[in-house]
Design a protein around this ligand. Sequence first.
Ligand SMILES: NC(=O)c1ccc[n+]([C@@H]2O[C@H](COP(=O)([O-])OP(=O)(O)OC[C@H]3O[C@@H](n4cnc5c(N)ncnc54)[C@H](OP(=O)(O)O)[C@@H]3O)[C@@H](O)[C@H]2O)c1
Length: 269
Amino acid sequence: MKIAFLGGGNLATALIGGLVAKGQDARKIAVIELSPSAREKLGARFPVHISTAPDAAVQGADTLVLAVKPQDMRKALASLGGARGKLVISVAAGIGLASLSRWLGGHRKLVRAMPNTPALIGAGISGLFSLPEVSAEEKKRAETILGAVGEVVWLADEKLLDPVTAVSASGPAYVFWFIEQLAASGEKLGIPKQDAMKLALHTVLGAARLASSSKDSPADLRRQVTSAGGTTEAALKVFDEEKLAERFARAVAAASRRGGELGEEFGKD
Ligand SMILES: NC(=O)c1ccc[n+]([C@@H]2O[C@H](COP(=O)([O-])OP(=O)(O)OC[C@H]3O[C@@H](n4cnc5c(N)ncnc54)[C@H](OP(=O)(O)O)[C@@H]3O)[C@@H](O)[C@H]2O)c1
């Protein structure tokens, strides 16, 4: 693949690292990056071609990954001068394909991806949506690029990217919050701070690994550790009494609504 990145920051670096680890030739990757410090950092890690404006290497790429911040996207695309038949994959949060297509002069070979921060360590998951003009081969290419930093899920409707953002892109923050609360609760019960954090962190890590490797569903695994009259049941009973499931669903729905609002804001001309 000949890939060009518009923006060579954190996520682009993670994607390049993942692709190179899977055998992609770094010299066939072109990056347009305006920040001198980001250029220096990226260049020190990979022998990629870095420029400050679209040049022959960018024009020769078959795939263009848009990896600038949502608020920089419109200006960045204006300086690009079109996408000329390339598959364009945007990883920018919020900005809809209608805005991207308009800013690229009606370009329709577009994929929108919503990755999450565990992508930075190759353990991400991305929701992907493509326009009908994207071929099966191009979809496979998008899957290879995002798949270099984790799992991918194709979506049937672009509208689902807001709920996906609320579940998997904001999701790591919910898990960090849960780790904080579990550790703080242990501390309140007398466990030394460092030990409480270690216990909480490894509990989440171990439970997630068990859930992802087990044939049993998370609900079954939960039931297996919940014996009648036992300690887990005592905690889960409080969750039910406090209607935690309903409150959690309201929180995730608020994130999804906010995703839609931000998309409208960022997608304006
Ligand atoms: N990080 C994640 O895990 C994650 C997860 C999901 C989605 N995303 C999406 O991925 C995108 C990139 O995020 P990031 O965390 O990688 O951001 P980042 O580290 O700030 O990287 C963006 C880079 O693009 C540069 N830039 C700005 N305008 C440019 C232009 N016109 N041409 C070329 N380069 C330009 C920025 O330079 P300056 O700093 O000088 O502006 C910056 O170095 C965002 O849209 C974000 O929504 C990221």
